[in-house]
Design a protein around this ligand. Structure first.
Ligand code: SAM
Length: 269
């Protein structure tokens, strides 16, 4: 197949990913997206990207759409990523929120759940196991396979490269070859759902005390970054917090979030 032959199908799927999922592939990443989509065409035995576009857009099939969303997303994550901002959360934000009662935390774009489980472990380390009874941690992601892996709570050793061995020992049980299962006390604090951050407003009855939205915004274009941050704001309690990656500066996007520190923002009371 000449690349130009299926360029219409390719561009349709690329546009669909941006408009439906906020996953934006700039021109210099076209070869990467082509490579990722070709894996989907192969797995569904489709002849080319025009046929893929047909299955995604013209005559949509949910299994093909889910596969495209998964293939197009970058799921890299690991436990205790960016510890400085996590420490700000566990040292100051968490004790403040726990003093008011149950704390609802959302790991938006959680991938395999490392972030959600790291938050629960940090809370237990900082405030003792009893605090887990006061935490409700929700992890969401657009990719169904990563949500399933988060629910299983079993992780390969390489996701603990930045984890203190004593923590690994305290909160995980070795299982299989080089795999670790998160202990029940931590696991039952976290629930996971598939959810698309592009689908605003978000469908929550109760708002969150703290939202983590890390290492996802740089896959979105500027308009989607702004609308996602605004929707997260609406899903957060007055006085609640947003934690971003320290590499994703949001202050020039003109949202309602007020910056408190690097990677730490607050919705005013
Ligand atoms: C690089 S991972 C970040 C994981 C974690 N937050 C961290 O900082 O380690 C980005 C995740 O965002 C998810 N994602 C991409 N677009 C999304 C969308 N529109 N809605 C929800 N999740 C999305 C991907 O599936 C991927 O798992």
């Amino acid at each position: 197949m000449n690349l130009a032959d299926d360029s219409r199908g390719f561009e349709s799927v690329r546009e669909w990913l941006s408009s439906r999922c906020a996953i934006s592939y700039p021109d210099h990443k076209i070869p990467l997206l082509r490579q990722r989509l070709s894996r989907v065409t192969r797995s569904f035995d489709l002849p080319d990207l025009d046929a893929l576009a047909h299955g995604v857009i013209t005559a949509p099939r949910e299994d093909i759409q889910l596969a495209v969303m998964h293939a197009a997303s970058t799921n890299h994550t690991y436990f205790f990523r960016e510890p400085d901002v996590l420490k700000k959360f566990s040292d100051t934000i968490l004790p403040e929120r726990v003093s008011n009662g149950t704390v609802r935390i959302w790991s938006a774009a959680c991938s395999t759940g490392d972030e959600a489980y790291s938050i629960a472990i940090l809370a237990a380390e900082k405030m003792g196991q009893a605090v887990l009874g006061k935490l409700q941690i929700l992890g969401t992601d657009i990719s169904a396979p990563v949500v399933e892996r988060a629910e299983h709570g079993i992780f390969p050793r390489n996701q603990f490269a930045h984890t203190d061995p004593a923590i690994l020992h305290r909160y995980f049980t070795p299982t299989g070859i080089d795999q670790y299962a998160v202990n029940a006390s931590i696991r039952k604090t976290c629930t996971f759902r598939r959810m698309n951050l592009k689908a605003t407003p978000y469908p929550f009855t109760h708002r969150f005390d703290v939202v983590f939205c890390r290492n996802i915004l740089y896959y979105f274009n500027r308009a989607d970054q702004t609308s996602t941050l605004e929707a997260l704001y609406d899903a957060t309690l007055p006085g609640g917090w947003l934690i971003t990656s320290v590499t994703e500066v949001i202050s020039d996007l003109g949202t309602r979030w007020q910056q408190v520190d690097t990677g730490v923002y607050r919705r005013p009371e």
